[in-house]
Design a protein around this ligand. Structure first.
Ligand code: NI
Length: 258
């Protein structure tokens, strides 16, 4: 029996409002048996908790303050976030990190770094792993994750195979999504083909980043098999083996804080 994992899914976003039940049924049909729901707002977290209650083995929950949201934080937001993050139903702190693609202002970038570190330290205090978002900020991300070393994964990994080696040496897992299936995916292909399979994870980042043949359309967790199929091809293994390795990796990832 094959089991797939989606380690990064924004399924509480309203683009699924009209066909939520059908979308979830498709995950059942395609054997996407575990899904980590990413929540970036309190109302998303409330919804994610409802979903998790319906099937605790299937759903994991991550909650975090997204890098480009830090400039809008108000007094009291940190206390509220701490409370959300401490909820026993929250498994992972994320997605947190640095985004210099959407944020060019140097002062705000410095603020992103400050909030990234703050949330890593909270994750350590709560003994929960982190899910890291990094865009056009690879060196700063690496420096922070080295200095404030903690358990976690890098989502939608945009780096080179050399950088992957540096991150996995520190114990970080690497989640790869639909971009791997794109025609110009040379970097991701190199990353997947050379990296240690024990750190590889699959993700959709839905509703964004749909894999081929759905590129440009709304993404959803049931498309994970297209990504794992491509990973298996790149690594020269069969898809069942690849899915099993990722499933084991996800179990190990979640258990490292238990
Ligand atoms: Ni995301």
């Amino acid at each position: 029996m094959i089991h797939y994992v989606d380690t990064h899914a924004h399924i509480c976003e309203d683009v699924y409002d009209n066909d939520y039940d059908e979308m979830i049924q498709r995950t059942v049909d395609s054997h996407v048996d575990r899904i980590m729901i990413i929540t970036l707002h309190e109302d998303e977290l409330t919804r994610a908790k409802e979903i998790k209650r319906s099937n605790p083995a299937k759903y994991q929950i991550a909650t975090g303050i997204f890098p480009t949201d830090v400039k809008d934080l108000k007094d009291g937001d940190w206390q509220r976030f701490r409370q959300c993050a401490s909820d026993p139903m929250v498994d992972v702190i994320g997605e947190i990190g640095l985004d210099y693609y959407w944020e060019k202002d140097k002062e705000v970038q410095a603020l992103e770094r400050e909030w990234f570190v703050r949330q890593i330290e909270l994750a350590r205090e709560l003994n929960k792993p982190i899910a890291v978002h990094s865009r056009e900020a690879m060196q700063d991300t690496f420096d922070i994750l080295k200095e404030h070393h903690w358990k976690g994964l890098l989502h939608c990994f945009p780096g080179t195979k050399e950088m992957v080696r540096e991150f996995t040496k520190l114990g970080y897992y690497i989640a790869i999504g639909g971009a791997l299936t794109f025609k110009n995916a040379r970097h991701s292909v190199e990353v997947v083909s050379t990296m240690d399979e024990r750190y590889l994870l699959s993700e959709t980042d839905c509703p964004y980043m749909s894999p081929v043949p759905y590129r440009g359309k709304r993404n959803e967790p049931s498309y994970i098999p297209y990504i794992v199929q491509k990973m298996a091809e790149v690594k020269g293994v069969d898809v069942e083996y690849m899915a099993n390795v990722i499933d084991d990796n996800w179990t190990r990832f979640l258990e490292q804080c238990k």
